[in-house]
Every structure is written in structure tokens, then in C-alpha cells.
Design a protein around this ligand. Structure first.
Ligand SMILES: NC(=O)c1ccc[n+]([C@@H]2O[C@H](COP(=O)([O-])OP(=O)(O)OC[C@H]3O[C@@H](n4cnc5c(N)ncnc54)[C@H](OP(=O)(O)O)[C@@H]3O)[C@@H](O)[C@H]2O)c1
Length: 279
């Protein structure tokens, strides 16, 4: 049995879809079990009492949360205690270098898993193409999106490919003790992404580079906690330094299929970016 945490989110829902296609037995560990029409069990990273029942009979754990990876640590300990035989952790691109905040946070959990003695696989994806859906409101209303990314390039990945890798790692042997750096097939700047979104929608869409302090303020005004906003700016500096630009073969080596291009993503999600008002 596989327990999938984060199953209602971007990556987790892609993992579940792939496991269903593979007819692999899984259950979703959800804060609101039974709510999403999937086989599920109560699991809350903030409520350790849910860990034991959710992990009973589980051989493999897909480990993902949002808003504070340190919350994964007690779940790692519980997985070891429950006899879980493989932890597949959703980490982040470049976590092994520990030179940006999100990377250091994820690496701390990777180290805890390594120390636990439970066999593991670390999935370290670059930025998600689906993050651009968070920019859809201004893309539709103004034909523009705003990021503090200068002209940096990064090899962003479609979460559907992250899900495909995770499902294969969870259902086959030979991935234990490995870490996969998951990228898309090309490295793109936001200017290039804007042109691809324009082509997919037929609307003129531009990228506007925003100063760090202005962007940080907009995040805080939108309700993002200050420390998380700082970490997001830190991530952009990491990209501006060119550390997100490499393209790897890991998606294809695990799934046997090349990762999706940004053009494919933009075409599949064009309706969510397309404006009826813009020319
Ligand atoms: N965005 C990127 O470009 C990127 C790139 C690389 C790595 N990552 C990493 O990916 C992870 C986020 O993945 P995502 O984008 O798929 O996240 P997401 O869409 O925000 O979904 C988060 C999931 O975590 C669940 N969750 C949150 N708090 C929980 C709790 N207390 N107990 C149980 N479940 C909880 C949510 O469940 P509910 O439905 O109950 O809220 C949801 O299923 C983070 O670790 C991030 O660092 C992100």
C-alpha cells in the first residue's frame, strides 16, 4: 500500500492520477478524509495522532507538504516506527547545494530521512510550469505578468511529469538511495515564456520585471507571511545567478518519455490564460 500525502495539491493530484493509471493500490492522506472522491485516510502534518492510523499497513510513503517543510520531520519518524519500507520525498531543485532557503529547508528533511535508515528517493523538481496559473488574473486583465526575475532562465517542469516520475518510483524497485533532478526539456526566460503564452492564447502578453521590494510588498499585502516572502525573493536570486538553468535527462530516464515542453503546457491550459477582452 502507498500513502500519498499532499494528494489534493498540484503535484499530489498528478501522482494520484498516474497511480490510478498504473492500477497501483494507494490511499491519500488528507486533512479532510473522504472529501475528494479518492480512497483516503485522515492525515494532518499538524496532528501527529493521525500518523499511526494512516501509516498502518503502508509500505511506501509519498511525502509532500506546503507552507513549512519542517512539519515533515515528525512524519518521517512515524514512518520509520510504522515499518514503512520506502519514502519518496518531494524536495526541490538544487537542495543538495543548500545555497537558498527553500533548498536548505528541504535538505534538512532529506538528511533526517537519510539518518532514519528507511530507504528513500528524493525528487528535486525545478519550478513548476503550473506556477504561471497564479499569474492568470493579470495576464487576462492586463496582458502582463509581474515577477522579480530579471532576465534569468530556468528549466521549469510540468507537474504532470513530476507526478509521472513519482508514480514510477513508487511502483518499481531500483530507485532506492537515488536523488533525481527533475527539469523540463528547455531553459526559458520570462520574456520567452510571455511569447509562448501569447502564441498559445492569441493575446499579446508581456513580462514585467519588478524590483524585489515592490514584489515582496505585494506578496505580504496578499497575505503571504514575511519570512516566506523573503524566501521567495531569495529563490529568485538563485535563478538570477543562473543556478536553475540546467536541463537534465532524469524525467526521461525514469519514465521513458521526454518531459512536456512549455508550448505543450501553454496549449493545454490556454483557456485559463486567454482573455476575451484583449485583442
Ligand atoms: N512551486 C514550485 O515551483 C515548486 C518547485 C519545486 C518544489 N516545490 C515544493 O513542492 C511542494 C508543494 O507542492 P504543491 O505545489 O503540489 O503544493 P500545493 O498545490 O500547495 O498542495 C499542498 C498539499 O499539501 C497539503 N497540506 C498542506 N498542509 C497540510 C497539513 N497540515 N496536513 C496534511 N496535508 C497538508 C494540502 O492539503 P489541503 O488540501 O488540506 O490544503 C495539499 O494537498 C513544496 O514542498 C515546495 O517546496 C515547489
Amino acid at each position: 500500500m502507498i500513502l500519498v500525502t499532499g494528494a489534493t495539491g498540484k503535484v499530489g493530484s498528478a501522482v494520484v492520477k498516474e497511480l490510478e493509471a498504473l492500477k497501483a493500490p494507494y490511499r491519500a492522506g488528507l486533512r479532510h478524509a473522504g472529501s475528494m472522491g479518492m480512497d483516503s485516510v485522515a492525515f494532518d502534518f499538524d496532528d501527529p495522532e493521525t500518523f499511526g492510523p494512516a501509516l498502518t499497513g503502508v509500505e511506501k510513503l509519498f511525502l509532500l507538504t506546503s507552507g513549512g517543510t519542517e512539519r515533515e520531520a515528525p512524519a518521517v519518524d512515524a514512518a520509520k516506527a510504522a515499518g514503512v519500507r520506502h519514502i519518496v520525498k518531494l524536495s526541490v531543485w538544487g537542495s543538495d547545494r543548500e545555497d537558498f532557503a527553500f533548498g536548505r529547508n528541504h535538505r534538512a528533511i532529506e538528511k533526517r530521512i537519510e539518518a532514519s535508515g528507511v530507504p528513500y528517493t528524493f525528487l528535486r523538481p525545478n519550478g513548476f510550469m503550473q506556477n504561471y496559473l497564479a499569474q492568470a488574473a493579470t495576464i487576462k486583465s492586463q496582458g502582463a505578468f509581474y515577477l522579480p526575475a530579471r532576465d534569468s532562465k530556468y528549466s521549469l517542469i510540468d507537474v504532470r511529469d513530476v507526478g509521472a516520475v513519482a508514480a514510477r518510483v513508487l511502483t518499481a524497485s531500483g530507485h532506492e538511495g537515488r536523488a533525481y533532478a527533475l527539469s523540463g526539456p528547455e531553459s526559458l526566460s520570462n520574456g520567452e515564456i510571455a511569447r509562448k503564452l501569447s502564441a498559445a492564447t492569441g493575446n499579446p502578453i508581456t513580462y514585467v520585471d519588478v524590483p524585489d521590494d515592490v514584489f515582496r510588498q505585494s506578496l505580504v499585502e496578499a497575505g503571504v507571511p514575511g519570512p516566506y516572502a523573503d524566501d521567495y525573493i531569495d529563490l529568485n536570486h538563485y535563478y538570477i545567478a543562473g543556478k536553475g538553468a540546467a536541463v537534465t535527462a532524469d524525467v526521461e530516464s525514469v519514465t521513458g518519455r521526454a518531459p512536456r515542453t512549455f508550448d505543450e503546457f501553454a496549449s493545454d491550459f490556454a483557456l485559463q490564460f486567454k482573455s476575451e477582452e484583449l485583442p
